[in-house]
Design a protein around this ligand. Structure first.
Ligand code: NAD
Length: 471
């Protein structure tokens, strides 16, 4: 059993003022595996004061000093890669290859921020003005459970690179991963108060971060509903915000695509991170004329997608993070059936041969219309919709007919055509014939997928304010 009863404030591990104990579960078994003592509002206020106290000096630290800190943090997190991988599997249920990638990513984002900082110029001349980029102040960083360690390190790396100090509120459901990352970051030996990590509830600790006058900036990754609450709460103090929210990404398969490669890629895009991915390609747009071929291939390929024990290297889809999430996904599968979509693969209930844990059958619906609930709402589970189109114009219209705009995929054998279509898609990222990640390119959403960008220079500047000095 894990008993986590410390938070990290002002460079020290302390017992929270909050008394609430929150249960932690292993989603593979559904068993309780520990408890975390949650921070409360008072803890949040103490952590903000510590970050504020550290800001004056840290914001004036040299670029070299901060690059040094980031490199030490990178080495420290890299040093716990194995432990973190195991924790991600135990507490979150990510399949082992994904869990390993997530643990590596948590370290590499620190290194990436160090490289960006290395080449970044904090001052430039525009006409007669010297324009200086100044750190915003204390940042409140709020992370979700579907990539908790990566978001802690990524947001913190950008904030510190800019010269901000931070209070981090990780997901309360990821306390084991947070404890490992916090210990590693502590070992990197930064000045006390520069970062503070307090696991607590969103409605308490998260709400204090969104409202407190000493927080200059909130960087949040999570649901669109909570993002809107944060925006409203932060309005009183005109906080700067970066919001990375939900998605309903289209996978546009063009009529010239080689379906033998396109369909497996579409399945990977849809089922990545067990479907619990904001960038998952959940709406698969296919030419009406090729529907029969697509359906036949999809049935064949989906049968090979193994849902089960995340420690088994053959597993592509692990369990849902919680029983609540499992119920949510089941409800959407039911809605898909009730609204008349055609079930091609998967369906309600547990996968065959599994009788414990929060597993979902990897599910593909066909003959879905873009107005059906399963095509409009973010399900956040392994449930995909095939939607047909007749012309390129219609395909683009369907792709863009969503409140979201985080990511899109185009699969085609004609790169020029794919690039032309990419320019018409309203999404922060468009991936053509690939699932690759570019860690220095901006990441974020159009429309209700968010505000602002993370990673690379854009992510760094999200923690800076330009100041023009004229003389
Ligand atoms: P969530 O919005 O429920 O919670 C995210 C974080 O916000 C948690 O730490 C939670 O405690 C906190 N929170 C909850 N209520 C709050 C409040 N009132 N004020 C401040 N903070 C509050 O999301 P989740 O269920 O943890 O994660 C799933 C969601 O995250 C999905 O919608 C998914 O699309 C989104 N997501 C987006 C991205 C992206 O980069 N765009 C990445 C991963 C996940």
């Amino acid at each position: 059993m894990h008993h986590i009863n410390q938070i990290y404030i002002n460079g020290a591990f302390v017992t929270p003022q909050g008394k609430e104990l929150f249960d932690l579960f292993n989603p593979t078994t559904g068993q309780r595996i520990g408890q975390v003592q949650l921070a409360n509002e008072q803890d949040a206020v103490t952590a903000i004061a510590a970050a504020k106290g550290a800001f004056a000096e840290f914001s004036r630290s040299s670029k070299d000093a901060r690059i040094g800190y980031l490199k030490r943090m990178h080495a420290a997190v890299e040093g716990v890669e194995d432990e973190l991988t195991q924790a991600i599997i135990e507490e979150y249920g990510a399949p082992i290859s994904r869990a390993r990638w997530m643990a590596k990513h948590a370290a590499s984002v620190l290194q990436d921020a160090a490289s960006v900082l290395q080449s970044y110029k904090f001052s430039r001349r525009i006409g007669i003005a010297e324009v200086v980029m100044q750190p915003l102040g204390v940042a409140g960083l709020i992370t979700p459970w579907n990539s908790n360690a990566g978001f802690i390190c990524g947001k913190l790396a950008a904030a510190l690179a800019a010269g901000c100090t931070a209070v981090i509120k990780p997901s309360e459901m990821s306390a084991i991963q947070t404890a490992i990352v916090t210990r590693a970051l502590h070992d990197a030996g930064l000045p006390p108060g520069v970062f503070n990590i307090i696991t607590g509830r969103g409605e308490t600790v998260g709400a204090v971060l969104s409202a407190h006058p000493d927080i200059a900036k909130v960087s949040f990754t999570g649901s669109t509903a909570v993002g809107k609450t944060i925006l409203r709460t932060g309005a009183d103090t005109l906080k700067r915000v970066t919001l990375e929210l939900g998605g309903k990404s289209p996978v546009l398969i063009l009529d010239d695509a080689d379906l033998k490669t396109a369909i497996p890629l579409a399945l990977q895009a849809g089922f990545m991170n067990s479907g619990q991915a904001c960038i998952a390609g959940t709406r698969i747009l296919v030419p009406e004329s090729r529907l029969a071929e697509v359906e036949a291939l999809m049935i064949k390929e989906a049968a090979d997608v193994h849902a089960g024990d995340p420690r088994d290297p053959a597993t592509a889809v692990g369990p849902m993070v919680s029983h609540k999430q499992w119920e949510r996904v089941q409800r959407y599968i039911q809605i898909g059936i009730e609204e008349g979509a055609h079930l091609l693969a998967g369906g309600p209930g547990l996968p065959e041969g599994i009788n414990a844990g929060w597993f979902v059958r990897p599910t593909v619906f066909s003959r879905v219309t873009n107005q059906m609930t399963i095509a409009r709402e973010e399900i956040f589970g392994p449930v995909l919709s095939i939607i047909t189109y007749t012309t390129e114009e219609e395909a683009l219209a369907i792709a863009n007919d969503t409140p979201y705009g985080l990511q899109a995929y185009i699969l085609s054998s004609n790169p020029e055509r794919a690039h032309r279509l990419a320019s018409h898609i309203d999404a922060g990222r468009v991936l053509i014939n690939t699932l690759a990640h570019e860690p220095l390119a901006p990441f974020g959403g159009f429309k209700q997928s968010g505000i602002g960008r993370e990673y690379g220079t854009f992510g760094l500047e999200a923690f800076l304010e330009p100041k023009s000095i004229l003389s």
